[in-house]
Design a protein around this ligand. Structure first.
Ligand SMILES: Cc1ncc(COP(=O)(O)O)c(C=O)c1O
Length: 400
């Protein structure tokens, strides 16, 4: 059974992570070292702030900005629920702006239509591992006095990209399901060093993440990594079936960075020293060839399939996840599972942001109900077998 996704971290990194947790150490120093490391690698003149997660950093950004209640944040109409929850928690209104399903870029007419005198910020999400061109959004934000925040949570690949330097703030995530994961942590990049200082000060008031919680996280993802080894995963899926457990829901629940409990209590923490150290290690040592091989395989897979896909007009996507559009998602999932491939509908927690903004021509929100995420092939043989399995399922041929 090919699992949908394995944590993108090696055993050696996990051993280092455990050692960092045992060592403890000075939180401030470790955070500052990770920030200096990110600044040196990005070398774009912007300044970094390390947070516990993108949601944590974005929450502190909004706490710092103190926008008037009822101010509007124009947001990509497809993003994760928690980003909208953070906006609303600060008394602001999220106004969805349509995303084109082919280019995964903001629809410029929808952007103009969403603008009101209360608009203060534009939050643009790069989706599925692609990086949309931001020139138009940048020009729009400048013309209308909006702070441009780039949500690059899905877009980091270790290739030297640290966000679009023209953006006011870029958000990069190193959460458990991300490329080059540090099992948590985020890098926020600021064009304005003064704003960065103020957000840093707002973060410094938060309680620290307990080193023990970080250590538990290391244990949990080591277990998940072992469980998603192919042979073990097949047994796990079979056992779930025998005991009537929905393995899809179980896995999706356990890979969430902040599952259960009060979201704000969980995100309002600053990283412990071990978390910052692991983040720095991943920034410095992640081999970019790994992500580029994955991207190439992803592109070859998706273009060989008899299924439409969101982002089909995007060149050079990192293919962090592999979404296709199915007329009958449950049937595609079941057919692939029978043939040894663990696809899912819930790989990324993306959802269509509710709201009355007029949909554009290629509305991604409407397409989201049809999205199925394919498992990432680990080599040529996987790729060929997966293409054959999708074709057979679509043609409804009996499993081979
Ligand atoms: C588009 C998008 N924004 C924000 C986030 C949140 O990132 P973090 O887990 O670092 O808070 C995610 C996480 O998956 C995401 O996909």
């Amino acid at each position: 059974m090919l699992p949908r996704q394995r944590p993108d971290i090696g055993w050696r990194d996990l051993v280092h992570a455990a050692a960092y947790a045992l060592r403890g150490g000075d939180r401030e120093r470790a955070q500052a070292a990770a920030e200096a490391g990110a600044d040196a690698l990005a070398a774009d003149g912007r300044r970094s702030l390390v947070s516990l997660s993108v949601r944590s950093g974005f929450d502190r950004l909004l706490a710092t900005l103190q926008l008037p209640p009822g101010s509007e944040v124009l947001v990509s109409a497809v993003t994760i629920r928690d980003m909208i929850a953070v906006i609303e928690q600060h008394g602001l209104r999220a106004v969805p702006v349509d995303v084109d399903a082919d280019s995964l870029s903001l629809d410029e007419r929808a952007l103009a239509a969403a603008l009101t005198p209360r608009s203060r910020m534009l939050l643009v999400a790069h989706l599925f591992g692609s990086r949309m061109p931001l020139q138009a959004a940048l020009a729009f934000a400048r013309r209308n006095g909006l702070l441009l925040v780039e949500d690059g949570a899905q877009a980091y690949t270790g290739d030297g990209w640290f966000g679009e330097p023209g953006c006011d703030v870029s958000l990069l995530s190193f959460g458990p399901i991300k490329t080059a994961t540090a099992l948590g942590g985020a890098v926020l990049r600021f064009a304005d060093p003064d704003l960065r200082e103020r957000v840093r000060a707002a973060q410094a008031c938060l309680p620290p993440q307990a080193t023990r919680a970080f250590a538990q996280r290391v244990g949990k993802y080591a277990l998940l990594k072992a469980l998603t080894a192919r042979a073990v995963y097949s047994v796990f899926c079979r056992a779930c079936r025998v005991f009537g457990v929905d393995h899809d829901a179980l896995i999706n629940r356990s890979v969430r960075g902040f599952a259960g409990g009060d979201l704000f209590q969980r995100i309002r923490q600053r990283p412990c020293a071990a978390q910052s150290r692991l983040l720095l290690r991943r920034l410095r040592a992640y081999p970019p060839a790994r992500a580029s091989a994955r991207a190439q395989r992803g592109e070859r897979l998706l273009s060989a399939l008899p299924l439409a896909r969101p982002g089909r007009a995007v060149a050079g996507s990192g293919h962090w996840v592999l979404p296709v559009l199915s007329e009958d998602p449950p049937r595609l999932l079941a057919g692939l599972l029978e043939r040894g491939f663990d696809a899912t509908r819930g790989a990324s927690s993306l959802y269509p942001v509710p709201g009355d903004a007029a949909p554009g021509v290629g509305d991604l929100r409407r397409a989201m109900a049809a999205v199925v995420y394919l498992p990432a092939p680990e080599g040529e043989a996987d790729l060929r077998r997966l293409v054959a399995a999708v074709r057979a399922t679509v043609a409804d041929a009996p499993p081979v």
